[in-house]
Design a protein around this ligand. Structure first.
Ligand code: UDP
Length: 332
């Protein structure tokens, strides 16, 4: 009784891990990806693949029909906070406008379940140590706002149509498949752990530490780093919850409820790699909050999620292993 699940952005970092998790759980999977940042080679063999943009409603509708898709996991989008400050319209296009097209295609083709990749950036600069799903949403960058607008669309559409949804608000996703089947291959990466493991392998000269004057324990930014395999496990559980309770929709934070500073992450990279990454203190980046940590009680209780890879050395270790085994080309 398992229907096919469409994974948008399935050739990307998190999407490619989701494809594996769905397959491991016995769900047939179909991938669409425009390959702007994803890699065809990241999609497991045997998975139907369509090089299509989610903003192409006609093409998406025919894929939904062709494969009898019953649920969509929507990962396709743009994810770099500073880029969103420079180029907000790109974010409102890729993350908001194209999601609207995808949601419309889902409604028209009778898809019943929608799992959406959202972000802790919807919370902006929180005034509590940990943010819960009920904390106020006031994004401080266009990335967060572009995702929040899609959340609002999904809620309204769910009220009006025969669709339920799970919005997953990711904290900082890192690491790679423990079995080494996929990992983060993003070119020109900007996310801390990816950048740091590239530096550890000599693909970059140093790591910039953006901001040393935040109100945090060592002045550098604190984030709740979540292992990508634990994150995608939450997606499969969320899908199963949506199928079980067609009247229920939910919004769930995805994090461990603890934070590491930039310096603590770099120390972990040094421990795991046995080297010493060069650090350079630089000014704060536009749009960066000082600290962002998840309250995750709702995720634990609602879908019975069991985190397995919280250890920062394990997260960094898997990221490093993937970086080592993936091509020796220099980073972008
Ligand atoms: N950061 C850093 N150097 C880098 C990349 C990131 O100091 O090269 C810091 C950034 O300022 C933030 C944290 O690391 O405090 C996580 O940033 P990242 O870009 O990984 O994710 P974000 O939280 O912006 O989504």
């Amino acid at each position: 009784n398992k229907f096919s699940v469409l994974v948008t952005g399935g050739a990307g970092y998190i999407g490619s891990h989701a494809v594996l998790a769905l397959q491991d759980a016995g769900w047939p999977v179909v991938v669409v990806d425009n390959l702007v940042t994803g890699f065809r080679s990241a999609v497991s063999e045997g998975v139907p693949f369509h090089e299509v943009d989610v903003g192409d409603g006609k093409a998406v509708r025919s894929i939904l029909r062709e494969h009898g898709i019953g649920a969509i996991m929507h990962f396709a989008g743009s994810v770099v906070v500073p880029e969103s400050v420079e180029n907000p319209l790109k974010y409102y296009d890729n993350n908001t406008a194209r999601s609207r097209v995808l949601i419309e295609a889902a409604i028209k083709e009778g898809v019943r379940h929608f799992v959406f990749s959202s972000t802790a950036a919807v919370y902006g600069e929180p005034d509590t140590a940990r943010v819960s799903e009920d904390s106020p949403t006031r994004p401080i960058n266009p990335y967060g706002m572009s995702k929040l607008m899609t959340e609002a669309m999904l809620r309204d559409v769910t009220n009006a149509h025969d669709l339920n949804h799970c919005i997953l608000r990711y904290f900082n996703v890192a690491g790679a498949d423990p079995q080494g089947r996929t990992g983060q291959s993003t070119q020109g990466a900007t996310h801390l752990i990816k950048v740091a493991v590239e530096a550890a392998l000599g693909k970059r000269s140093h790591v910039a530490i953006f901001g040393g004057d935040f109100e945090t324990r060592d002045g550098t930014g604190v984030r709740d780093y979540i292992h990508v395999s634990d994150l995608v496990a939450a997606h499969v559980l969320a899908l199963e919850a949506l199928v079980e309770k067609p009247d229920a929709s939910m919004t769930l934070n995805c994090g461990y409820g603890r934070g590491y500073s930039v310096r603590e992450v770099l120390d972990a990279v040094d421990r795991v790699s046995g080297g010493e990454v060069e650090r350079r203190q630089e000014p704060r980046r536009a749009g960066d909050p000082g600290e962002l940590i998840s309250e995750n009680a709702r995720l634990l209780a609602t879908v019975l999620w069991q985190p397995r890879h919280q250890n920062i050395d394990e997260i960094v270790g898997h990221a490093l292993a993937w970086e080592r085994q993936s091509a020796l080309e220099p980073a972008g």
